[in-house]
Write a protein that binds this ligand. Structure first.
Ligand SMILES: [Zn+2]
Length: 212
């Protein structure tokens, strides 16, 4: 079984997820740690729990989701995976960071691509990958059916959806992604978003004003 915990970090209050298996291997999803304290907290958690990080996997490459990638790849020599349609977003990251007043010394390089409908294996456990563009061109979601949860990045939030005014964003594409890939999941599926509180597919179907 996979387990997931989260850390809310950086001025955008981004949720960084840490997924672990029973062999104490882990993935880090969307590491957004910016301050040295946030990075130290993540590394302490990994050390204290005896975890061995295997990879960084990102739902997308907006700066608030990648600010902590370099520190972790420096420390653990981790591969860093995104969907290949997200490359232009990653390549613009230094400019975007400057625009938002962040310092991004080294823009991390993607070392592998994560494909639609791929299964990502952590030991014997696997996450399903859904291609859910619209908020950004290469947004993906990670679904773990055995645990009834999905990490939706900035595609779907409690009571809201991702913004679509950034480069490569498209409102109709986003709604289509949510309807065709997320709302088809069981109602009891827990939605772990890139920002804000935990919700569920059933809750969003009923109450999300963007999905009426
Ligand atoms: Zn985003």
């Amino acid at each position: 079984m996979l387990n997931v915990v989260f850390f809310t970090v950086n001025p955008f209050e981004e949720n960084t997820y840490l997924i672990t298996n029973e062999q104490d291997q882990c993935w880090i999803v969307d590491p957004g740690m910016y301050s040295p304290q946030e990075t130290a907290q993540m590394i302490s958690y990994i050390t204290e729990n005896g975890l061995t990080p295997q990879a960084i996997i990102n739902t997308h490459a907006h700066i608030d989701h990648i600010l902590g990638v370099q520190a972790l790849t420096d420390k653990y020599k981790l591969p860093f995976g995104i969907h290949k349609h997200e490359l232009p977003v990653l390549e613009r990251a230094a400019d975007t960071a400057a625009m938002f007043g962040f310092e991004l010394k080294n823009v991390p390089k993607a070392t592998f691509y994560i494909n639609e409908n791929e299964q990502l294996k952590l030991g014997t456990d696997a996450l399903d990958v859904f291609y859910t563009p619209g908020h950004s061109p290469g947004s993906i979601s990670f679904y773990y059916p055995e645990g009834n949860w999905v990490i939706s990045g900035d595609v779907l939030f409690s009571g809201s959806i991702g913004r679509t005014d950034l480069p490569g964003g498209n409102f109709d594409t986003l709604i289509q992604s949510i309807r065709s890939r997320l709302l088809v999941l069981p109602d009891e599926t827990t939605v772990l978003s890139g920002h804000g509180p935990v919700t569920s597919i059933g809750e969003e179907k009923k109450h999300n004003p963007f999905l009426k």
